[in-house]
Design a protein around this ligand. Structure first.
Ligand SMILES: Nc1nc2c(c(=O)[nH]1)N[C@H]1C(S)=C(S)[C@@H](COP(=O)(O)O)O[C@H]1N2
Ligand SMILES: [Mo]
Length: 514
């Protein structure tokens, strides 16, 4: 037991020291982040989608917890091993450190300094393991003590100094916690874009072409609001530490198959013609009835204008966007240039982009799933061809091209609700970005499809709320919903998985009426 604790505390020392050193490198260099990144990038699509589906935005916390628990178990084992053969325990810690160092070097944004937290942490982990397992190896205290006056031979027998060992272990644990939390705080103090974000808050331009008035749409208990508040907006990305880019340092480079390379500072981007648009963003991992979708008012500048200024060369069919953490997102050039409001957005619902949602600048393209369009923390746009480059998600088996599929969701009543007989409000949202929604129908059990009332629509790029009043009769009932989009296509009832290009099928719920 004691040996296992020694192992865990030694690992904690390694992790704590690594966090402290990270504060002098960059947040992306902590072993937790590099290991999580390596695991995420290699996770087969099945488990990855399971985690997103089960934990949604909490998928990262889940993976970090799994890694922490595995590390603790492994470290406990190493502690026990070290108590028998110190050498083996040390070798185990070195192996763990080597693995962590490999994950650091494996990150797309790797630079040599990223190894420092892992290497220094490993060194301290080894020291802690040795010191806590065999304090006698380094304990010079008996020599410092005055020699006993009356030589008693049994003094030489090393009494198991349990109290002293406990002090050592507790001390090491405290030092680890101090280094870890202190390191974390220092990381946050040194690397955060909050000040920069607050600095630009007062300077947002007044858009020339106004979007729909706020509060458009229906308001009803249980019904999703037309605009999604920033704090409730779903978040999906691979960033275990949210990139902290300061607007003052930000620069966008547009290059590749263009006549003129463009470099833009934040100020220069902001000086360009601003547009403000309501656009509903959706994640391809959103299951039928799921909530990985949100609608926001984005303020930014048209992307197509910038690309025209750069002069796109013939033959190009893809733009690849990059963020500093190595993410690559491939967007079809045709959709970006076809007149839709593809934009580089710097504000969301009247605030500078929240850091989690891409501060200072992100891309938004109406009608395309986020993974092929909505690059957050964007710093680089390369004009290229699909045949020449496969972006991050495409390499993981997702489709190259992914227009958002026509979908609808029942928000109220909730699945498994207990209802009273009589009029029951049924409401939800339907979306077919850039095609628009022209009808929503509800079906009770095997009855006819009945038309719902639609909220006014000012753009085809957002979801559309609907409502319908059901005259509920006692019994168990199934409610289902389907939408028709602006092309006249009726939402299919064929179930398709989210992989490779988005789920299909009717959202349905079961309720009990008394
Ligand atoms: N840099 C970066 N941008 C990214 C991602 C990412 O992992 N990294 N994820 C994409 C995906 S899959 C989606 S669905 C949207 C989600 O945007 P949100 O988190 O602001 O809702 O961002 C996209 N942009
Ligand atoms: Mo996504």
């Amino acid at each position: 037991m004691r040996a296992a604790v020694v192992g865990v505390v030694s690992a904690a020392v390694a992790v704590g020291v690594a966090e402290a050193v990270t504060a002098f490198v960059r947040p992306e260099a902590t072993p937790f982040v590099t290991i999580s990144g390596a695991v995420t990038d290699r996770a087969p699509t099945g488990p990855r989608e399971w985690a997103i589906r089960t934990f949604g935005t909490g998928d990262k916390a889940f993976l970090l917890t799994v890694i922490a628990v595995l590390l603790a178990l492994f470290a406990a084992g190493l502690g026990v091993l070290a108590a028998r053969r110190l050498r083996y325990g040390v070798a185990g810690v070195l192996a763990l450190g080597g693995f962590a160092a490999w994950t650091a070097a494996d990150r797309p944004s790797y630079r040599a300094a990223d190894l420092a937290p892992t290497l220094v942490g490993t060194l301290f982990g080894v020291l802690a393991l040795v010191l806590l397992t065999r304090p006698d190896l380094v304990d010079r205290r008996p020599l410092a003590r005055p020699l006993p006056v009356a030589p008693e031979d049994d003094v030489a027998e090393p009494a198991p100094d349990t109290a002293r060992r406990t002090v050592l272990v507790v001390g090491a644990a405290a030092a680890a916690a101090l280094a870890g939390f202190g390191g974390r705080m220092l990381q946050h103090a040194r690397f955060n874009a909050e000040k920069s974000r607050a600095g630009v808050a007062g300077t947002l331009p007044r858009p020339i072409s106004a979007a729909a008035p706020a509060g458009a749409g229906f308001v009803a208990p249980g019904l999703t609001s037309y605009l999604t508040p920033n704090g409730d907006f779903y978040r999906i990305d691979t960033a275990f530490t949210v990139p902290q880019l300061r607007a003052e340092d930000w620069e966008l480079r547009i290059h590749g198959m263009v006549d003129r390379e463009i470099r833009l500072s934040y100020e220069q981007l902001r000086a360009r013609f601003p547009i403000e648009r309501d656009i509903t963003l959706a994640c391809v991992s959103n299951d039928v009835g799921g909530d990985l979708i949100g609608n926001a008012r984005w303020l930014g500048t048209p992307l197509a204008d910038l690309l025209r200024e750069a002069g796109v060369r013939p033959g190009a069919d893809q733009i690849v966007s990059r963020s500093p953490d190595g993410m690559t997102i491939g967007t079809p050039l045709r959709e970006v240039m076809d007149g839709r409001d593809a934009m580089l957005a710097y504000a969301m619902n009247g605030e500078p982009l929240p850091i989690r949602h891409g501060f200072p600048v992100r891309m938004v393209v109406p009608g395309l799933y986020g993974y092929v369009s909505a690059c957050k923390w964007i710093v680089d746009i390369e004009v290229t061809r699909f045949a020449a480059f496969s972006a991050y998600w495409v390499r993981l088996g997702w489709a190259r091209q992914a227009p958002i599929k026509t979908q609808s969701r029942l928000d109220t009543p909730r699945d498994a609700a207990d209802l009273r007989a009589g009029p029951v409000p049924v409401a939800g949202v339907a979306w077919a970005q850039h095609r628009g929604i022209t009808a929503v129908e509800i079906r009770v059990d095997d009855g006819p499809w009945q038309p719902a009332e639609l909220a006014p629509q000012t753009t085809t790029d957002t979801w559309r709320q609907y409502r319908w009043t059901w005259d509920a009769t006692p019994g168990r009932h199934t409610l289902r919903v389907r939408a028709t989009d602006g092309t006249g296509a009726v939402q299919t009832d064929r179930s398709a998985d989210v992989i490779p290009d988005g789920a299909t099928g009717h959202h349905h719920i079961e309720v009990t009426v008394r």
